[in-house]
Structure formats: C-alpha cells, structure tokens
Design a protein around this ligand. Structure first.
Ligand SMILES: Nc1nc2c(c(=O)[nH]1)N[C@H]1C(S)=C(S)[C@@H](COP(=O)(O)OP(=O)(O)OC[C@H]3O[C@@H](n4cnc5c(=O)[nH]c(N)nc54)[C@H](O)[C@@H]3O)O[C@H]1N2
Ligand SMILES: Nc1nc2c(c(=O)[nH]1)N[C@H]1C(S)=C(S)[C@@H](COP(=O)(O)OP(=O)(O)OC[C@H]3O[C@@H](n4cnc5c(=O)[nH]c(N)nc54)[C@H](O)[C@@H]3O)O[C@H]1N2
Ligand code: SF4
Ligand SMILES: [Mo]
Length: 701
C-alpha cells in the first residue's frame, strides 16, 4: 500500500460529524499530524463549543484497528480482498439470494452514523432501492420513530419536527433528555449547558422530568423524578388542567388547527390527582407546571429519547407537541419552531402522503413506517422459516448486536444467515458475522455537509467540510462502495453525493452552492428560526392535526396503565459525555477513569448490596454481570445501565474496547416490549431483578 500524502502544515476548519451538535472545529496540523483540536469560535451555530469526543477525532483517524481494505471471512480468520473483487463477490452473492428467494430475503440494517455522513446518506438509498426489499431496518425504531410518527400525523411529514427555540425561551420544560451528556438530540444546539445557563440568567426556568437526577439536572432550576413510561399520563394531566382552567390559547394557529375539542375530551379523565400516583409526580406539581407553562410568554416543552423508547412513545411525542400548540407555543419565538435548512429535504415533499402502515412485518405483523420495519423483528424474520424469510443481511454503519433488544439473540440469529456484508470501518460485535466487510473511508478523510441535522437545528446555518486527510490509494469513500454495488446490480451507479448536494443547495431557500459554502469555512448564518405555519404544513387539508385518529385510538392502551401493577424494579438507559453509542470505546483518551458500565441503584433497592460489588441483573430475556453503584440520583424502583458495552465477544478486533468490555444492556432488553402504535422498541422500563453475583462471576458474554 502506498502511503497517502499528508496535509500541509496549517490550520483547517471542519464540522464534527460524531453527534447531532455538528460543532465547527479548528484543527492545527504540523508535520502531517493533528497537533491541536478546538472549537471554532466563528461557527455561527456552535460558537466555539467542543466536547471530549471532538478532541478524539484524530485518534479515530489513527486507530490501528480501523479497517481500510475489504476483508473476507475464511473460517475463523479474515483475508484481504482487492476492492473490485470484493464488490463483484458481494453483488453476486446478494443477487443470488434475491434471484432464488425474492428481494425480501435480503434485509438491511442502517445504523446511526449513516445519518451523520452525507456520502453514505446520499448514496446508500440507490443501493437499497436496487435490492428492493421490504425488510429494511434502521436504528430509527430504537430511537426517534415516535417523533416522526407524531410529525407525520400532526403536521403531514416525518421530518416536520418542532425544535425548541432555546435561545429565546424563558421556560424550557425537558422530559426524558439529558443534553448535558448527549449534547442535544432532535435539537441541534451545540453548547447546551451554556444555552441553559442563558435561560436562567434572563430569569427563565429550566424544568427537568427524568427518573434519574442527571447531569442536566445540575443545569436546571428544578427537577422532578418521574416513573419510567408514564410521561403520556403526566402530559394529559397538564392538558387537563389547561382545559379545566380555560388556559388554552392557540394564537395565530387557531384558524388552521383541527381537533381542539377532541383533545379536550381526551384529556378530561386525566386529572392531576388521577395521574399523580402512577407518574410519581405530585398533583400540585403537575397543576403548577401546567399553569406556569400556559401563562409563560415564551415557553417550550421538549421530550426526547426517554419518551420515545418506551411503550407509549407515540402518545408521548404527540402530547408534547399538543402541549406546545394549545398554549400558543408552537411556531412562535421562544417556543417550538420549524427550521429552514439550506438543503431542504421537504422541498419536493407532497402534501397528504401516507407515511405508515402500508404493510406489516411478516412474522409479528408490526407496522411499516416510511418504508422501514421495526428492528425488534429482525431476529424472528431471520429465524422463522417460510416465504419471505430473511437469508441475507447488509449492515451499514450499524451495530445491532449491541444496539437492539435481545442483542444476544440477534447475535445467534446472524450466525445462521446464508450471506452477510457489512459496510463498516470496524470488525466489531455485529460485523464479525459478515462474510465480507467493506470499510469506507470516514471521519477526517471525507467531505461532509450535514443534510439531516440542519433540519433540527436551533438556528438556520450551513457549513460544508472538506476532507482534512487525503485517502490512501486503496481506500474507498462510501459513494464509491454504494455506487459500485448499485452499478453491479442495476447497470447504473447513481449520481455522486456532491452533485445531489449542489442541486439541493441551488434550489433551497437560500439559493446557495457548494462553492459559496467553500468560501465560508466557518459556515454561513441565515439567522434565528422564523414562523412558517401554515405554509410549511404537509397535511392533506393544510391544517395542524391536534388529535389524530391513530393517537386517540391508542389511548385505551395507556388508560390501562392507571390500574396496571407496578414492577418492583425497572431498567432505564444512560449516556455519558465521552461515549457515542457502541463504537467509540476504542479510543484510549475517552476510556480513561473508572469503568462506566455500572448499574445505578437507589439505596432503597440495594438490600445490602454495596457500591463496587458485582451483581447479576436478570430480565425475561437474559442476564448480565456488572458492578453496582448505589446512588440517590436514580429514583427508587428504577435502575440504570448504559448501552453500547459488551465488547468481549469472540473475534472482535477492538483492542482498547475489549479492555473496557462491560456488558450489553441490550442482552436484557426485550424485543417483545414495543410501542404498539409506532413499532418503536421499548428499551426503557424493562422489569429486572438484581442479586449479588456469585463469587468469581465473570461478565456475561
Ligand atoms: N438499551 C439501549 N439501546 C439503545 C439506545 C439506548 O438508549 N438504550 N440508543 C439507541 C440509539 S438512540 C441509537 S441511534 C442506536 C445506535 O445503534 P447503531 O446505529 O446500531 O450503532 P452504533 O453504536 O452507532 O454503531 C455504529 C456503527 O457504525 C460504524 N461506523 C462509524 N462511522 C462510520 C462511517 O462513517 N461509515 C460507516 N459505514 N460505518 C461507520 C461503527 O464502526 C459501528 O459499527 O442504539 C440504540 N440502542
Ligand atoms: N455522549 C453521548 N452523546 C450522545 C450519544 C451517546 O451515546 N453518548 N448518543 C447520541 C444519540 S444516537 C442520541 S439518539 C441522543 C439521545 O439524546 P438524549 O435523549 O438527550 O439521551 P439520553 O442521555 O439517553 O437521555 C434520555 C433521558 O431519558 C431518561 N429517561 C429514561 N426513561 C424515561 C422515561 O420513561 N421518562 C422520562 N421522562 N425520562 C426517561 C433517562 O434517564 C435519560 O436521562 O444522544 C446522542 N448523543
Ligand atoms: S458535541 Fe458532538 S459534534 Fe460537538 S465536538 Fe462533541 S461529538 Fe462533536
Ligand atoms: Mo440515536
């Protein structure tokens, strides 16, 4: 392999694509190495913010475990292949399965980094279309699917997600998000702790509802513990107060909103007294929050993954939007608003389209959403014989063995596939099952424009990043890989990502171009969010739907929760500032310090267990062994374990991660627990029991 040329000494600017904050960063290069990384103070969105992961970008680039050439599995070992040979082989194997068993026999799973990488995002679609399978899975159904469901039902499109106008609000109500650790999600707002401080400094309130007193609680003006999975009841309780006390005001949306009466009726049974015992939030707190939120001039409710990955995800996200609407806080400054990105994926969207329920999964009959099926069904679709059984799998930037419920079960199912290919730069817990791994160039080596996250940003800006490091002769970028496969399957490669970007930017709201973005390496500022309703709505009648029929029909399921028995102990997740789902545990500088894969347990649930002791945690699905930390920060009856660990599986080529292996929380989560409305996995609220581990117990594989 010839060594790639090195970047010349100097200062370079590019955005970090690791998380949704898309911070602008400043890289100093000396002698072909990055010698300094810091936040770019001139980025109009991130204004100098950086987190420890951004600092670790050069480590990812230099990671000796990162793959650069295709690998084919031969028994227990791997051999390198030339790119053309690898692409020929993969296309032939996929075609053979498709020809013999039909397109649905070839499934795909697209993981989180594929939306953080414009090359992948803009070129994987044509390849998946060429396969033509209904068995398309993504990380969305273990994440934000309920947001899209609510967006489609209420505003007419899955991407019409109202975003907190954090910089102008005086009342920020947060449910089930921990931006101090996650850096914000479905709210691209780099430097969230500073933005929350600014709310406090202008006399505003930051209110947090979470089963755990999180890092974000330290930046809030008040915190209330809430029992997992009960947010929809709490929100109905708030709406009940608003209607009973005649506090509703729709403002400029009054003339374009349907369903106010139906929502009023829906909320009628849920008085604060009725929901308080189940939610664990006192009735007077619910009443006070409802009144203050309704009276506040500028307020916004924001619910994130804690509300999505539970059994009532769809209802919860609906009710967060509904609360903003009935208090006049949608589409107004300081409320929840719709961004206007320079490359606007909604430009060509048609009003009145159907986005879900057009077909269902073969085995369990769970609904499709936006041409995806719920990923909780993957293992059963692989293991259940019959017409349409999945026999081949393509994974793209995903690690479902660690990221989806009953990962251990999926792990076993993957071993039974006729063929599997992974487009991924690492040999990890999932890709070890592949017959071929095709590793794309990534990170500092690729050009990037954030197609997705500008749609969710708290300010309208645009930024294009040039590659910092040149490619090695035998490396390939994603569109070369996807284009190469598509061409072999269809005879046509599809247009390169930059051509699509150029077109989108040219026809977008600011009529810009890649050249103009290149001339502004810190990004271009298009200003704060602006009201845009009803023009931006994509519902068939052009109106906001406050009480969609699908949501109302799901209410009886929620109602049953009022009388349901409460499990003695349930499990929720946890994120740490230095983590990024499953794939950044191979970076020494992020793994320093005490182990993070620990079970947090309230003293009331400790029953003699002590911090540091190994415990076995058991659910319906499996058992893991981890150290316990006894802490008041998690409420009684709730335990918390981070996701993304469990790196000690055989054959994983992640030297540093294996030394901090931990156990996978998704060996406990249950694919049988779903939000029946949306098909999203209910990762949180899993009933568990905890015992002292027998002496000498090893972490579960
Ligand atoms: N219990 C529990 N489970 C969860 C969650 C939780 O809170 N609790 N969170 C869920 C959420 S929100 C998400 S988004 C998912 C994430 O789950 P996934 O999307 O399945 O997995 P990641 O851990 O993000 O793994 C990303 C994979 O992409 C690869 N990769 C990195 N960069 C690139 C690139 O540029 N190109 C390509 N082709 N590959 C790349 C990495 O090597 C890795 O294999 O996990 C979900 N699982
Ligand atoms: N450092 C770091 N940053 C990340 C990631 C990472 O792995 N590490 N992952 C990225 C990804 S893919 C995503 S999707 C985002 C997610 O971003 P966030 O949504 O901010 O993610 P979390 O930190 O998991 O916060 C969810 C909170 O919900 C709480 N919770 C759990 N169950 C319930 C419930 O039933 N009700 C309520 N009200 N709260 C509940 C949890 O205790 C937790 O504090 O983060 C992104 N950023
Ligand atoms: S907050 Fe997110 S985008 Fe910003 S530096 Fe950290 S990982 Fe990168
Ligand atoms: Mo996510």
């Amino acid at each position: 392999m010839t060594q790639p040329a090195l970047p010349a000494d100097g200062v370079y600017f590019r955005a970090c694509n690791l998380c949704e904050a898309i911070c602008g960063l400043k890289f100093t290069v000396q002698g072909g190495r990055v010698t300094d990384v810091r936040g770019d103070p001139d980025d109009p969105l991130s204004r100098g913010h950086i987190c420890p992961k951004g600092t670790a970008l050069p480590d990812l680039h230099a990671d000796p475990d990162r793959l650069k050439r295709p690998l084919r599995r031969v028994g227990e070992t791997w051999e390198e292949l030339a790119w053309d040979e690898a692409l020929d082989y993969v296309a032939a194997r996929l075609r053979a399965v498709r020809d013999e068993h039909g397109p649905d026999a070839v499934a795909s799973f697209q993981g989180n980094p594929s939306v953080h990488n414009s090359g992948t995002l803009l070129s994987a679609g044509a390849f998946l279309k060429a396969i033509g399978s209904r068995n398309r899975f993504t990380a969305t159904s273990t994440d934000q699917l309920p947001h899209h469901f609510a967006g489609a039902e209420m505003f007419g499109h899955p991407l019409l997600l109202p975003i907190p106008d954090i910089d102008r609000t005086d009342f920020f109500l947060i449910l089930g998000a921990n931006p101090a650790a996650s850096n914000g999600s479905i709210m691209t707002a780099p430097g969230m702790t500073g933005r929350m401080k600014a709310v406090r400094e202008r006399g505003g309130r930051v209110v947090l509802l979470d089963p755990r007193r999180t890092e974000t609680a330290a930046h809030a003006t008040e915190y209330h513990a809430i029992r997992p999975g009960t947010d929809a009841l709490l929100l109905l309780g708030m709406l009940n107060v608003i209607f009973v006390e005649f506090l509703e005001r729709l403002g400029h949306l009054e003339a374009v909103t349907d369903g106010l009466e139906a929502l009023r009726q829906a909320a009628a049974p849920y008085t604060p007294q009725a929901v308080a015992p189940v939610t664990g939030v006192p009735a007077d707190v619910i009443r006070g929050l409802a009144r203050d939120f309704a009276h506040a001039q500028r307020a916004v409710a924001y619910g994130r993954i804690g509300l999505s990955v539970q059994e009532f995800g769809g209802l919860s996200q609906w009710l967060v939007n509904a609360l903003n609407i009935v208090t006049g806080h949608l589409d107004t400054a300081g409320g929840a608003m719709f961004p206007r990105p320079a490359f606007d994926l909604l430009m060509r969207a048609k009003a009145g389209e159907t986005h879900h329920g057009r077909y269902t999964s073969r085995v369990r009959g769970l609904p499709e959403f936006d041409h995806e099926l719920p990923n909780v069904t993957m293992a059963e679709e692989i293991l259940t014989p019959g017409e349409g059984q999945v026999r081949a799998l393509v994974t793209i930037a995903g690690n479902p063995v660690l990221s989806t419920p009953d990962g251990a079960g999926l792990d076993r199912a993957l071993a039974s596939l006729d063929f599997m290919v992974s487009i991924d730069p690492y040999l990890n817990e999932t890709t070890r099952h592949a017959h071929v791994i095709l590793p794309p160039a990534t990170g500092l080596e690729v050009a990037h424009y954030d197609v997705i996250f500008h749609h969710f940003a708290v300010r309208n800006t645009a930024r294009y990043s040039e590659p910092l490091f040149p490619l090695g002769e035998d490396q390939r970028v994603d569109h070369q890989i996807f284009g190469g496969l598509t061409e072999r399957l269809t005879g046509k490669a599809g247009s390169p990502p930059d051509a699509r970007l150029e077109l989108g930017l040219k026809h977008g709201p600011y009529r810009t171009s890649l050249d103009e973005l290149r001339r502004h390496p810190h990004g271009i500022d298009y200003g704060p969010l602006e009201p845009c309703l009803p023009e931006r709505l994509l519902t068939a009648n052009g109106r906001v739907h406050l009480a969609p029929a699908a949501m109302l029909a799901d209410l009886p399921r929620l109602h049953a929760l009022l009388a349901a028995p409460v499990p003695p102990l349930v499990l929720i997740g946890r994120r740490d500032l230095r983590s990024n789902n499953s794939w950044m545990h191979n970076t020494p500088r992020l793994m320093r310090g005490p182990g993070r894969c620990t079970l947090h347990l309230n003293p009331a649930d400790a029953h003699g267990l002590e911090t540091g002791q190994e415990v076995t945690v058991t659910s319906r699905v499996g058992t893991v062994t981890v150290p316990v930390e006894i802490t008041e920060h998690v409420m009684p009856g709730v335990a918390s374990l981070p996701h993304g660990f469990g790196h000690d599986r055989a054959g994983v080529r992640l030297g540093v991660a294996r030394a901090h292996a931990g156990a996978s929380v998704n060996d406990l989560t249950d694919p049988g627990r779903v939000d029946a409305l949306t098909g999203n996995a209910a990762l949180n609220g899993v009933p568990i029991s905890v015992q002292a581990a027998p002496a000498g117990a090893l972490p579960a594989d």
